[in-house]
Ligand binder design. Structure first.
Ligand code: BDR
Ligand code: CA
Length: 314
């Protein structure tokens, strides 16, 4: 099993990533860490705790709450028009008695990286703040973490906050830059591939028909939460009855790298305050001089990824 920490700003697609990770037989979730982004960190943490109860995965999964805002900027605030007022499309989840750990998300990442040298895969699907803080706390973990897989950024696809910037990197460019400039192995699952991997209403109907009775509460949740997401993409005139599986794809790729074609490029992050805030700058010159080697996912077998994702609910 792949041992992962999944760092989330729970979020509708974050919720799917969490449920997938918890239910996948190929994954052991060492812990979930939370931060600000789609919603404030308090609500992201509560959503995450409740999802663990919903998933009922059969083992204990600790949650460590993390950053409430970016390293050097102000938090731009939640996005209810995308993720609903509670971050999960206004779906109601049953409360749980589980509470977050005493240690912070960054402390948790540092501890686990040291406990599991060479084994731990850290997947970030929100702002990269918690991971940047962990690297500040203990730079030696760059040599201990097996891989960092990031949902964030874009190389060739248009951005989703500015023409060139994606939300997770835009939301804390300095954090992203620190991770990009560190020596930790880094795989980027950005909009180039996540926009190609879209769940449809048809997929959800299939789940309704095929999921066993014990999974139906999860299917109910997905129906309610994803309705908000479908509506957003419809309001944008972007997709009709479909929504991109940004965050789940990062988890899928972390465990099944054959789902994507990758290209290693030199890259860095722009920390400006205008349109390029959080933009990935790739240096594709013959003799690159900017940034360091980073693995970018550029093509995806979307059908296989979606089938793999849905299989854990069946
Ligand atoms: C990313 O931004 C958030 O809204 C999603 O949860 C995803 O992590 C996509 O740009
Ligand atoms: Ca997210």
């Amino acid at each position: 099993k792949t041992r992962i920490i999944l760092d989330v700003d729970t979020g509708i697609d974050d919720a799917l990533a969490v449920l997938y990770a918890l239910l996948s037989p190929e994954i052991h979730v060492e812990g979930l860490t939370t931060g600000f982004g789609n919603i404030d960190v308090g609500q992201a943490t509560e959503n995450t705790l409740r999802l663990i109860k919903l998933a009922n995965c059969g083992y204990e999964v600790p949650v460590a709450a993390g950053a409430a805002g970016p390293l050097k900027r102000d938090y731009a605030g939640p996005v209810p028009h995308i993720h609903g007022h509670n971050g999960i499309g206004d779906a109601e989840l049953a409360p749980t008695e589980q509470r977050p750990l005493q240690e912070s998300a960054a402390e948790f990442i540092v501890r686990k990286a040291n406990e599991l040298p060479g084994e731990l895969v850290v997947i970030t699907v929100g702002r990269m703040t918690n991971l940047a803080l962990a690297l500040q706390m203990d730079p030696s973990i760059t040599g201990k973490i097996r891989n960092v897989v990031v949902m964030g950024g874009t190389v060739f696809a248009p951005g989703n906050v500015t023409p060139v910037s994606e939300a997770n990197l835009w939301g804390d460019p300095e954090a992203a830059q620190q991770v990009f400039r560190s020596e930790v192995p880094l795989t980027i699952v950005g909009l180039d591939v996540t926009l190609q991997t879209r769940l449809s209403r048809g997929h959800l109907d299939q789940l309704r028909r095929l999921a066993p009775i014990d999974k139906q509460p999860i299917v109910d949740f997905l129906h309610t939460a994803l309705e908000r997401y479908f509506t957003f993409y419809l309001e944008q005139n972007q997709y009709l009855g479909e929504c991109p599986m940004h965050d789940p794809l990062a988890v899928l790729v972390a465990v099944n790298p054959s789902l994507v074609n990758t290209r290693v490029m030199h890259a860095d992050i722009d920390c400006g305050h205008g349109l390029t805030a959080g933009m990935i700058i790739t240096d594709r010159r013959v003799n690159p001089m900017v940034g360091r080697e980073i693995t970018f996912c550029l093509e995806v077998d979307a059908d296989r990824a979606l089938r793999q994702m849905l299989s854990v609910f069946l």
